[in-house]
Design a protein around this ligand. Structure first.
Ligand SMILES: [Zn+2]
Length: 195
């Protein structure tokens, strides 16, 4: 899938983190989306290291719940104690959830590699039984009509939550917009499956 869904998940987690911990909204909206996208660095790093460490192939170790726990622990270790913002425990939990969201969303993608979600306990890779998120290889995202359509569908599906995460407060306007795009997205998916 394109990165839009991962960024959207990070923005939602960032919004919730900021409101529950009273941390600066901008900081949360920058930190959590970065951590939500972080596992996908294996697209580049994994290609170089896959011969030496097969677990680093795309959607491998970096997409596991184990890796998310490690990221959460690292965040907990580096955050200063006793500060007014970004309390270590709550921020570590948010960081782990953001990191885990990447692999969990990839489980729902209609294509690409399956996910080593339980690494290192299990090397086996999995896909969800319900996979509604359209998927196009990174290389074809904008280069082909199929790639562009997948990117458009993913963006449209994520737009309501992005708008919610970035809005000052939830409002009737945002809810109407969410409903509109949800309908448009489901109709587009229906048309795509008929093609
Ligand atoms: Zn991924």
């Amino acid at each position: 899938m394109a990165t839009v869904a991962h960024v959207a998940a990070g923005l939602v987690i960032g919004r919730v983190h900021a409101s529950t911990t009273r941390s600066p909204l901008l900081g949360s909206l920058l930190l959590l989306p970065v951590l939500a996208v972080l596992p996908d660095l294996d697209v580049f790093v994994g290609r170089v290291l896959v011969a030496a460490a097969p677990a680093l192939a795309h959607r491998g170790a970096t997409h596991s719940l184990g890796a998310a726990v490690i990221v959460g622990m690292l965040v907990w270790l580096v955050l200063p104690r006793g500060g007014r913002h970004f309390p270590p425990l709550e921020t570590a939990v948010a960081a782990a959830i953001a990191c885990a969201s990447n692999g969990l969303l990839d489980l729902l993608s209609a294509g690409g590699e399956s996910v080593a979600v339980f690494w290192p306990i299990l090397d086996a890779r999995f896909f969800g039984t319900w996979r509604p998120i359209p998927d196009a290889p990174f290389e074809s995202l904008l280069a082909t009509a199929h790639g562009f359509r997948c990117l458009t569908l993913e963006t449209a599906g994520c737009l309501p939550v992005i708008v919610w995460a970035l809005s000052k407060r939830s409002s009737r306007g945002v809810e109407s917009l969410a409903l509109f795009f949800a309908k448009w997205w489901s109709q587009s998916r229906l048309r795509q499956s008929r093609d």
